[in-house]
Design a binder for this molecule. Structure first.
Ligand SMILES: NC(=O)c1ccc[n+]([C@@H]2O[C@H](COP(=O)([O-])OP(=O)(O)OC[C@H]3O[C@@H](n4cnc5c(N)ncnc54)[C@H](O)[C@@H]3O)[C@@H](O)[C@H]2O)c1
Length: 256
C-alpha cells in the first residue's frame, strides 16, 4: 500500500513496486487521481481516497484492503504537504496542517499498519532532508519530519518482535508538484543545486528505488534506519527560502 501514491514520489514508488510484481494499493487524498493511476497500472491495483489525518478513514482503508487481499506486506507513507513561513509569522492553522499530515499521518499509518500487516512486513516513512537539516521558514515541516525520524525508531523497536521493519528515507530537493512553487522563486532551486555536491535535484524515481530497496529482502537486517538521499546536500547548507521570496517580491514591486 502506498499512501500519497497518486503523485510524485508515491506514484513513482507505486509504479516500481507494481513492476516488480507486487499488488499495489494506491491511497491518496485525491481519490480520483488514485483511481486513475490504479487503472494505469492495471492488474489487481486499486485506488482509494483517504485523508491520512483521519483515524476512522485510515482504519476503514486498512480493513478494506486486508479484507480484499489478506494481510498487507508493505506500507509506504508518502503523503506530505509543506506550509512555509518563519515561526514569528506562521499561522497556527498552517503549523497544525503541516504537522497533522506529515507527522500525525505517519503515526496513523504505522498504527493501522500494525493491525493489518503480516509479520515480517516492511513499513517505509518518507521523512526529509529537513528532518535533520533546518531551513529558515521551514519550522513546521522540519519539526514534523524530525518527528517522523524518531517515530521510525520507536516503531522499529515496538514492531521488531513481529519481524516488521520500519525505516525512513530522507529525500533532498525532488521535482514534484510539492516543490513546484519553489521553482517559481528566482534563484532558489539554483541555490539548492549549488548546495548539492552531486550537482542535481533528485527525481521521484531516485527515491522510489531506495524505497523499493528498503521493502526488499536485501534490507532484511535493517530497521529503525533512515537513508539520506539528497546528492550529498546534508553535508552543506539549506537555502534561505524566506530571503529568496523577499528578493522576488522586492524585484516584482520595483518593476511595477
Ligand atoms: N519533493 C521533495 O523535494 C521532497 C523532499 C523531501 C521529502 N519529501 C516528502 O516526500 C513525500 C511525497 O512528496 P512529493 O514531493 O511526492 O509530493 P506530491 O505533492 O507530488 O505528493 C504528495 C501526495 O500526498 C497526497 N496527500 C497530501 N495530503 C494528504 C492527506 N492529508 N491525506 C492523504 N494524502 C495526502 C497528495 O494528494 C499527493 O498525491 C512527502 O512526505 C514529502 O514531504 C518530498
Amino acid at each position: 500500500m502506498v499512501i500519497g501514491g497518486a503523485s510524485g514520489i508515491g506514484w513513482a514508488t507505486a509504479q516500481l513496486l507494481s513492476a516488480r510484481g507486487d499488488t499495489v494499493i494506491i491511497a491518496d487524498l485525491d481519490g480520483i487521481a488514485a483511481e486513475t493511476q490504479a487503472t494505469e497500472l492495471g492488474g489487481n491495483t486499486t485506488g482509494h481516497r483517504v485523508e491520512v489525518t483521519d483515524e476512522q478513514a485510515m482504519r476503514t482503508l486498512f480493513d478494506t484492503v486486508a479484507a480484499d487481499h489478506g494481510p498487507i506486506g508493505t506500507v509506504v507513507d508518502c503523503a506530505g504537504i509543506s506550509r512555509p513561513g518563519t515561526i514569528a509569522d506562521l499561522s497556527l492553522a498552517d503549523w497544525k496542517a503541516t504537522v497533522d499530515v506529515c507527522l500525525t499521518g505517519a503515526f496513523l499509518t504505522v498504527k493501522n499498519a500494525t493491525h493489518s500487516m503480516r509479520d515480517g512486513g516492511s513499513i517505509v516513512l518518507v521523512a526529509s532532508l529537513n528532518g535533520r537539516q533546518p531551513g529558515v521558514g521551514m519550522g513546521a515541516y522540519c519539526a514534523a519530519k524530525a518527528g517522523v525520524l524518531m517515530l521510525t525508531q520507536v516503531a522499529a523497536m515496538e514492531l521488531a518482535p513481529r519481524g516488521i521493519r520500519v525505516n525512513a528515507v530522507n529525500p533532498g530537493f525532488v521535482h514534484t508538484p510539492l516543490t513546484y512553487g519553489a521553482t517559481l522563486v528566482p534563484g532558489l532551486v539554483d541555490e539548492y543545486i549549488e548546495n548539492t555536491p552531486l550537482g542535481r535535484a533528485g527525481t521521484p524515481e531516485d527515491v522510489a528505488r531506495t524505497i523499493a530497496f528498503l521493502t526488499s529482502g536485501d534490507t532484511g537486517w535493517m530497521t529503525g534506519s533512515a537513508i539520506d538521499l539528497n546528492g550529498g546536500a546534508h553535508t552543506m547548507r539549506y537555502p534561505n527560502i524566506v530571503e529568496r521570496v523577499a528578493e522576488m517580491v522586492a524585484t516584482n514591486s520595483d518593476t511595477e
